[in-house]
Design a protein around this ligand. Structure first.
Ligand SMILES: NC(=O)c1ccc[n+]([C@@H]2O[C@H](COP(=O)([O-])OP(=O)(O)OC[C@H]3O[C@@H](n4cnc5c(N)ncnc54)[C@H](O)[C@@H]3O)[C@@H](O)[C@H]2O)c1
Length: 378
């Protein structure tokens, strides 16, 4: 019987968002157990979190450095759920200690940092997952599988949008979560594009297998008083000559997490909406419109294996995040027992994370030079 893995968390303290989601998502499958952490930069808040989680207080550390010094040999992976600017130094320390890493997106705030982590992970021979949550949905994996087997033919056009409305108003930077996202010192050179644009870029790359060659971007600062983008339009050209258009926004009043994907191929079309992720629509060449649900027999085995419930009993975002950890845990255990092969990796890696930063930097260059076409360079 497979043993239960042990993990540590950096970030995810009181009042934070994504750390708690990771803990719940990992618990869905129960393949790993939280054993230690440095949950906040503030030692008292970190201790408060450890108490809420019923964690041994001796294994709650004031800093991630002290945690790694004491625990690197006791854990299978570290989950990094801090603001973007701190991912690089924390991930680097984990890799240097030889510990597998799961880091939230965007993996760093520059392509150079991400590329360095990618090479370091190879050199240290450790696994590095970047938690692009939406790629974990059963229907997202099904989309990838059917595009790969040619169901919609050659991809010709992608329309992808991710509008939110939570930063639509002047004088409101969205509390704890928005504060660092809108601050160039803690978010990098972008806000909305790093937060939402990287999700879109990665999802389309995962689903289509296409690489972006060029972008033409217009990153807007709409709300007065902001210094970073809050509404982004990006035209994309892929390596097969197809075109794409990505719109991401935080000023779309009434929209929550409205990631919507439409992929048009030479034999059909796929439509998918993140807020109803149990369903996917396929339009065939003869205009037949088919809605495939997560539990249906059409779902490919490589996607269906992540489903837990019969169709109609909804699965959602936490399950999608959990699915990333299902594959990550399987890979860690397979490496331990000598059965690992790279094709087992069914999550986004630091290499995909680095592609996201190359996309961001090309979009910034495009905008800063008067919205011109720019090569995406890696
Ligand atoms: N995958 C997704 O869908 C998704 C969704 C939301 C956020 N995110 C990403 O998750 C990360 C965190 O976002 P959030 O909204 O949870 O932020 P948050 O501000 O709610 O939480 C950040 C937490 O990290 C802690 N922290 C900061 N620096 C630390 C350090 N050096 N050591 C220990 N703890 C530290 C803070 O005290 C806080 O508890 C970001 O990179 C964000 O882009 C991903």
């Amino acid at each position: 019987m497979a043993r239960v893995l042990k993990y540590a968390m950096v970030g995810g303290g009181p009042g934070s968002f994504i750390g708690g989601a990771h803990r719940r998502a990992i618990a869905i499958e129960g393949k790993a157990q939280l054993v230690c952490g440095a949950f906040s930069r503030d030692a008292a808040k970190s201790a408060q979190m450890a108490e809420e989680l019923h964690l041994d207080p001796a294994r709650c550390y004031p800093t991630y450095k002290e945690m790694l010094a004491a625990e690197a040999g006791n854990i299978d992976f570290v989950v990094i759920v801090t603001p973007n600017f701190s991912h690089y130094e924390i991930a680097k320390a984990c890799l240097e200690a030889g510990v597998n890493v799961s880091c939230d997106k965007p993996v760093t705030i520059s392509y150079a940092q991400a590329a360095e982590l990618r090479e370091l992970a190879k050199e240290k021979d450790v696994l590095f997952m970047v938690t692009y949550t939406y790629t974990g949905h059963v229907t997202a994996k099904y989309m990838r599988d059917i595009i790969k087997r040619g169901d919609i033919g050659e991809v010709r056009m992608v329309m992808a949008e991710y509008p939110q409305g939570w930063l639509a108003f002047e004088g409101d930077n969205g509390g704890k979560q928005g504060e660092w996202r809108t601050d160039p010192k803690r978010s990098g050179g972008v806000n909305c594009l790093g937060d939402l644009g990287t999700h879109v870029e990665n999802f389309i790359a995962m689903a289509t297998g296409l690489k972006i060659k060029k972008v033409l971007a217009k990153l807007d600062i709409v709300v007065p008083g902001r210094v970073l983008d809050d509404n982004d339009s990006v035209m994309v050209q892929y390596d097969n000559g197809a075109s794409g258009f990505y719109w991401t926004s935080q000023i779309a009043i009434g929209y929550d997490n409205a990631l919507r994907i439409r992929i048009y191929g030479s034999k059909g079309t796929i439509e998918w909406f993140q807020e109803t992720p149990d369903k996917i629509t396929i339009i065939d060449a003869d205009n037949t419109i088919r809605e495939v649900h997560r539990g249906y027999k059409q779902i490919t085995p490589t996607a269906a294996k992540y489903g837990r419930l019969p169709s109609g009993h909804t699965e959602g975002w936490l399950e999608a995040m959990g699915n990333l950890y299902t594959s990550f845990a399987e890979c860690i255990l397979a490496r331990e027992n000598g059965t690992f092969t790279p094709d087992m990796i069914d999550y986004q890696t630091v290499a995909a994370g680095a592609e996201g930063l190359a996309f961001v930097e090309a979009c910034l260059k495009s905008t800063n030079n008067g919205n011109i076409w720019v090569d995406v360079e890696e």
